[in-house]
Design a binder for this molecule. Structure first.
Ligand code: ADP
Length: 602
């Protein structure tokens, strides 16, 4: 842009300078012409006066004539202050105020003489070698009764004229220089005024090109350049608006992608991984950094998964599959691969959506296993009832003793069936969470001792000691019926799996004390229930499974004690409904401890 300004300045200077120079040359020429013209007129007047004052018909020999005219010429030179020459009609010089006429050549060919002969007046400017100066010659003819006698010529040096012309030139050059400087300054200012807004616009355009959409030209003049600036500002404004919209959309899409539970992965036309959201990172066990930009078959992926992508790329068709992944943990994934096509229907890559369906599949498996288990559990007592009833019908009724014992078995088995169905219903009720929790304050000492009372007869039958250790000031908030169910289930297990003469104990103590030193009951936020017995214990290998439905360590023993295998799983669910935890510690032959922790306030 500075180049443009310099060019503009030079053009201005040249324009102004050349016009000033032309005017100067014109003026100097005019001056010279008018000077020479005035001088010429003056000389012409003097010539006419001289012509009329002198007798030009002097008789005598040539020498006498020369002498006479020479004398006149010398006199006239003083009068006219110019060189005076008298030339005879044939061109011979008869007199000259400054030179010897005998040495001078014929003058008939001189321009002023020829002109004078033709027009009555002749003039010429010539460089005189004699005095080495520009000279002005003016000549008139001398007429005498119709005949031409000769020419009278005056000549003057143009030194004065030249001098004054030179002065004019000097002044002109000085003036011209001043004008140049002035014109330079002015044109620079003008050029600056023109180029500055253009420069500003260019700068802003550069900034916009460099993605700075906030750049503006700002208010300028009302001319075309100002309008250009405004147009650029409007363009930047709309670019900024559009950019903001794009960014907003992008961040919206990004947050949708990032917060999706499904894993999303995109492979472009060059088979490179170009997108991977956070869920996909979690599901695949690789960070986006590790995978982005890599070809899908170069990334360390499960072989079948890579093959599936290849299949989708080759077939360009939607593929849905389920696959077990072993890294980072074992999971079942549902994989959806869809070819992406662009607006022009051209294939642009593959979009992969991953769902972790491990939990869904596990639940389905559990459900079907449960149904199988339930059917199996129901079948046993029904088979017993049916078998003994058949035997009775076949004639066993007659033997009163046998019939009685058979009927007792039928009764026990139908009891068991009843309990089983009751437990199954209970479990499904808890699992479906149909019945809302009803929290109420519970005084634990009273509560535990009431539960103990329920189990007393049962315990006495086996001479088992029931003990409790509960402080009188312990209270908590819980669903009383459900808490009772928990405790009675665990107490009945304790009694069932403890041989005669054993002991079952319930202990309740504060847990999660914020300030253990104070011992103030108001300071704890959890309560710990410990139900321990001195029974047969549970082998280590079975410990992790005893909360599963229908899981029993010893099937026969459980059945003989009237167990359904559902008690602990009901307990676990009830504890979780109270936002608590349950764990078990046991040693075979020594006894078992169930430890439950429940929050005090809900
Ligand atoms: P069950 O109706 O058979 O008692 P549970 O779900 O209550 O079913 O218990 C599951 C299994 O855990 C029982 O069959 C038993 O083997 C074991 N078990 C539960 N409580 C005790 C305990 N206090 N001592 C020893 N084993 C126990």
């Amino acid at each position: 842009m500075n180049k443009f300004r310099a060019r503009l300045t030079v053009i201005f200077i040249l324009l102004i300078g050349s016009s000033v120079l032309a005017a100067g040359i014109f003026m100097a020429k005019m001056l010279e012409d008018s000077h020479v013209e005035a001088l010429k007129n003056n000389m012409l007047r003097e010539l006419r006066i001289i012509r009329s004052t002198i007798d030009w018909n002097k008789a005598g020999s040539e020498d006498e004539q020369i002498r006479y005219y020479m004398e006149q010429a010398r006199k006239l030179k003083d009068f006219a202050d110019a060189r005076v020459t008298y030339i005879r009609a044939d061109g011979k010089v008869l007199a000259d105020s400054d030179h010897d006429p005998q040495t001078m050549d014929n003058h008939s060919g001189r321009q002023e003489i020829i002109e004078a002969g033709k027009n009555g007046v002749g003039s010429a400017i010539r460089y005189s070698d004699t005095i080495q100066r520009n000279m002005l010659y003016v000549a008139i003819p001398l007429q005498d009764g119709g005949g031409l006698r000769g020419y009278l010529r005056l000549s003057m040096s143009l030194q004065d004229v030249d001098l004054s012309i030179r002065q004019v030139w000097l002044g002109l050059i000085a003036g011209l220089l001043a004008v140049f400087v002035l014109a330079g300054l002015i044109s620079y200012r003008i050029a600056f005024g023109i180029t500055r807004p253009i420069e500003r616009i260019t700068r802003v355009a550069h900034q916009i090109a460099n993605l700075n959409y906030k750049a503006r030209v700002g208010a300028g003049q009302k001319d075309e350049i100002g309008q250009l600036g405004q147009a650029i500002d409007r363009m930047a404004g709309s670019l900024q608006l559009q950019m903001n919209r794009i960014l907003e959309n992008e961040s919206r899409l990004k947050s949708v992608l990032e917060n999706m539970i499904s894993g999303v992965m995109m492979i472009d036309r060059d088979e490179k991984i170009v997108l991977l959201n956070r869920s996909a990172e979690d599901i695949l066990g690789f960070s986006a950094q590790e995978l982005l930009g890599k070809r899908f078959n170069e990334a360390k992926q499960q072989f079948e998964f890579t093959q599936l992508i290849r299949e989708c790329i080759d077939s360009r068709e939607h593929i849905r599959d389920e696959m077990i992944f072993y890294f980072p943990t074992e999971r079942i994934l549902e994989i959806n691969l869809s070819p992406i096509s662009q607006a022009d229907d051209e294939w642009a890559g593959v979009l992969i959506v991953l769902h972790d369906i491990t939990a869904v599949r596990r639940l389905e498996r559990m459900r079907s296993e449960f149904v199988a288990n339930v059917s199996h559990e129901l079948k046993t007592p029904i088979a017993a009832v049916k078998g003994f009833a058949e035997t009775l019908l076949a004639g066993a009724l007659n033997d009163k003793e046998t019939a009685r014992s058979f009927l007792q078995i039928i009764f026990d088995e139908s009891e068991r069936l009843n309990r089983l169905i009751g437990d199954i219903l209970e479990l499904s009720k808890i699992e479906s969470r149909r019945i809302p929790m009803q929290f109420s304050p519970i005084h634990l000492q009273t509560f535990v001792s009431n539960c103990m009372k329920v189990m007393k007869t049962e315990a006495r039958k086996k001479s088992i000691d029931l003990e409790m250790q509960v402080d009188a000031e312990l209270y908590m908030e819980a669903d009383e019926d459900r808490l009772r169910q928990i405790l009675i289930n665990l107490l009945s297990n304790g009694i069932n799996y403890t041989p005669e003469g054993g002991r079952v104990r319930v202990r309740v103590e504060p847990a999660g004390i914020s300030d253990p030193g104070s011992g103030d009951p108001a300071e704890y936020d959890r309560l710990r229930f410990i139900i321990s017995d001195t029974g047969i214990g549970i082998p280590k290998k079975d410990l992790p499974r005893i909360f599963e439905r229908f899981y029993r360590v010893d099937k026969a023993r459980s059945r003989s004690s009237g167990g359904t295998g559902l008690g602990l799983s009901i307990v676990k669910h009830l504890v979780e409904l109270h936002k608590g935890t349950i764990r078990v510690e046991s040693e075979v032959g020594m006894g078992t401890r169930f430890i439950i922790e429940l929050p005090v306030i809900h």
